[in-house]
Design a protein around this ligand. Structure first.
Ligand SMILES: NC(=O)c1ccc[n+]([C@@H]2O[C@H](COP(=O)([O-])OP(=O)(O)OC[C@H]3O[C@@H](n4cnc5c(N)ncnc54)[C@H](O)[C@@H]3O)[C@@H](O)[C@H]2O)c1
Length: 252
């Protein structure tokens, strides 16, 4: 039977974290343009996009709890679990303060938000799709990026465990592993590589773009379009997967 209806998110309640960032903001726009009712959060006090917005600091216990309470009120059936921070350091110098910050946002808050959304979808006996943001850095350690790589490996592992636990309960769980995407995060990443590798500002960003098999960095829209597919019923037989949006950087 031919089933190639256009992708449509009409009526779906979607929740997006990290909405003020490059990938988050683009995903809010895509979800909304396709008919979803979008709720969004980030740490900034205001957000300029087509979503109902509330600020929460996910590293702060009260902030995280506020976010979880909001999830149980709005009852999303799609989660774009995207907020994260980056830092550099090898195992010789990456300290526990950096570990606590990165694991606090990228793993602890990420997990709590995924759990709250899953509980809400299951309690409504509804169907849902959880989309976690991993990274190409989660598939292979990097000498100078110890903590961040470990947090993204955890995202991939939790995606698989959650997908298997929720498979018979109507909830699909997948991850996207971006490669190098031109977003505000890259300003920090580039500056850190300049410091750690003695490069000029902008040099690392140019180098990683040229090294991508497709020849350039990705855009936030490249990720948002895959998020739309995972949010929609077009991907209804897809769960427990981590999809690379990386121009061919990682071969699985
Ligand atoms: N840009 C890339 O090249 C790339 C590559 C691989 C993976 N990723 C992943 O994609 C996702 C989005 O990345 P991006 O490039 O859009 O980054 P970004 O920095 O533009 O956006 C991340 C957002 O998370 C928010 N955030 C961070 N700490 C927070 C906190 N304590 N409380 C609430 N919000 C907080 C930030 O304010 C920011 O708006 C992240 O999970 C990132 O790890 C990005």
């Amino acid at each position: 039977m031919l089933n190639a209806a256009p992708t449509d998110l009409t009526g779906k309640i979607c929740f997006v974290t990290g909405a003020c960032g490059g990938i988050g903001a683009s995903t809010v726009e895509h979800f909304s343009a396709l008919g979803a009712k979008v709720y969004a959060t980030d740490i900034a006090s205001e957000f300029d996009g087509p979503a109902e917005y509330r600020p929460f600091d996910l590293l702060d216990e009260q902030g995280l709890q506020g976010c979880l309470d909001w999830i149980s009120d709005i009852k999303p059936v799609v989660l774009f679990n995207n907020a994260a921070i980056f830092d550099m350091g090898s195992v010789l110098d990456a300290d526990l303060a950096s570990f606590d910050r990165l694991f606090g946002v990228n793993v602890r808050a990420f997990y709590a938000i995924m759990q709250a959304t899953a509980q809400s979808i299951v309690s409504q006996e509804s169907k849902g799709s959880i989309i976690n943001l991993a990274s190409q850095a989660g598939h292979r350690g990097e000498a100078l990026v110890a903590h961040y790589c470990a947090t993204k490996a955890a995202v991939i592992s939790y995606t698989q465990s959650a997908a298997l636990a929720l498979a018979r309960k109507g909830v699909r769980v997948n991850a996207i592993s971006p490669g190098v995407i031109d977003t505000p995060m890259w300003k920090d990443v580039d500056a850190l590589f300049a410091k750690f590798e003695g490069k000029e500002i902008g040099q690392k960003k140019r180098e990683v773009g040229r090294a991508v098999p497709l020849g350039h960095m990705g855009s936030p829209e490249d990720v948002a379009r895959v998020a739309v597919f995972l949010a929609s019923d077009q991907s209804e037989y897809l769960t427990a997967q981590t999809i690379g949006v990386d121009g061919g950087n990682v071969l699985r």
